[in-house]
Write a protein that binds this ligand. Structure first.
Ligand code: AHG
Ligand code: MN
Ligand code: MN
Length: 358
């Protein structure tokens, strides 16, 4: 056994000491998030041993089936984080409205926004799932936050992170000074620093997208994926690999470890939904982590962290990962908008054109 390694608790205390304005409330809040994550990890690890059969599937605010573990994980985060006096409100994927801190507890200055269990459609098949969270500050003087107090762009996040319930349980966090990964040591029950200062390589030859939606994508995304699929003999002159886990936490973790690109772009599948993922508790925390690790996160047209939320459960297109690929897709969107990409697609210049050999 190795003594003296940096535990998560030690790291967050020392990180605050390094800050210009140390804040014990943030340390205490992250400690409670850590406790929540350990409870959820334990609940998830019991799998079918503990899940009671459900008579009728519940449905959440998004009209999606709510798994028993979605509800359990949501309760765990609420119970673990409501009592400590660091928060004045929470908001969750599983709750239609913001959650007020019960009156018996003291109020703090922070807001916690979270997806208690991301990728939960994978639970039945025992694939990695996770918890995603984002910490914002309530506006000055606010102790009973309203919905509007939560609607802050991602640039205002103070801290963001995720837990990963995979072969190993991990906690990955940024407080605005790099991204650091901790692995749960099951022997002592402590998260231990194993991935300090994670960095996303700028170049990659790996992408992740649900290609069953290809017919609903916009032309710039179709162009990008077409070029990747054409591989070494196509315009990119290189073979690409594709992955799709259907668990955003697991995809982002892979990208933080070895680079890559993840996309859930805008599509026309359901015109009421400009994307699949939710801005405040999926896209924003992941975008902060990705940027802190040297990557980029975009809607295709706009830096994700600059999007001003209109609604707690707002959906947004997400393109994130290695910088050069995200920038390329942003360029494809600009070229599509200006018509510059059509120049090469026009019949005159196309494969069977007057000017190009077949
Ligand atoms: P959640 O389980 O919290 O509803 O989120 C699932 C998300 C995300 O994890 C994943 O990237 C995506 O939905 C999967 O989408 P598909 O069903 O299109 O594969
Ligand atoms: Mn999710
Ligand atoms: Mn979820």
């Amino acid at each position: 056994m190795l003594y003296g390694r940096t535990t998560f608790s030690k790291f967050i205390i020392e990180e605050q000491r390094r800050m210009a304005q140390p804040d014990a409330q943030l340390t205490a809040l992250l400690n409670d998030v850590q406790t929540a994550v350990k409870y959820i990890a334990s609940a998830v690890a019991h799998g079918a041993l503990r899940s009671a059969p459900v008579a009728e599937a519940a449905v959440n605010v998004h009209g999606e089936e709510q798994k028993p573990l979605d509800v359990i994980a949501n309760d765990i985060v609420l119970r673990s984080c409501e009592w400590g006096g660091q928060l004045c409100g929470m908001a969750s994927e599983e709750l239609p409205d913001p959650y007020p801190i019960p009156p018996q507890y003291p109020r703090g200055r922070y807001l916690l926004v979270f997806d208690p269990l991301d990728g939960s459609s994978n639970l039945d098949v025992d694939v990695t799932v996770g918890t995603i969270f984002s910490v914002l500050a309530a506006p000055e003087g606010v102790t009973e936050p309203t919905l509007t107090d939560f609607l802050q762009p991602g640039t205002r996040q103070i801290c963001a992170g995720y837990a990963l319930y995979g072969p190993a349980v991990m906690l990955v966090v940024t407080m605005g000074r790099g991204v650091h990964g901790f692995t749960l040591d099951p022997e002592i029950g402590a998260f231990t620093l194993t991935h300090p200062d994670m960095k996303i390589p700028a170049e990659t030859r790996e992408f992740a997208i649900n290609t069953s939606n290809a017919r609903f994508w916009e032309p710039p995304v179709q162009r990008y994926v077409d070029e990747c699929v054409k591989g070494g003999s196509g315009p990119r002159g290189a073979d690409f690999n594709m992955r799709w886990i259907a668990s955003m936490v697991a995809e982002v973790h892979r990208i933080l470890v070895r680079g890559g690109l993840f996309m859930y772009p805008k599509d026309t599948k359901d015109p009421a939904k400009p994307g699949r993922l939710r801005l405040m508790y999926e896209a924003n925390p992941m975008a902060m982590l990705v940027e802190q690790a040297g990557g980029c996160a975009s809607t295709g047209r706009l830096r994700l962290l600059d999007v001003v939320p209109q609604d707690l459960h707002q959906r947004v297109p997400v393109i994130l990962g290695s910088k050069s690929e995200v920038e390329r897709i942003e360029r494809y969107h600009r070229e599509y908008e200006s018509g510059a990409d059509r120049e090469f697609a026009s019949p005159l210049f196309n494969v069977r054109s007057l000017f190009r050999a077949a």
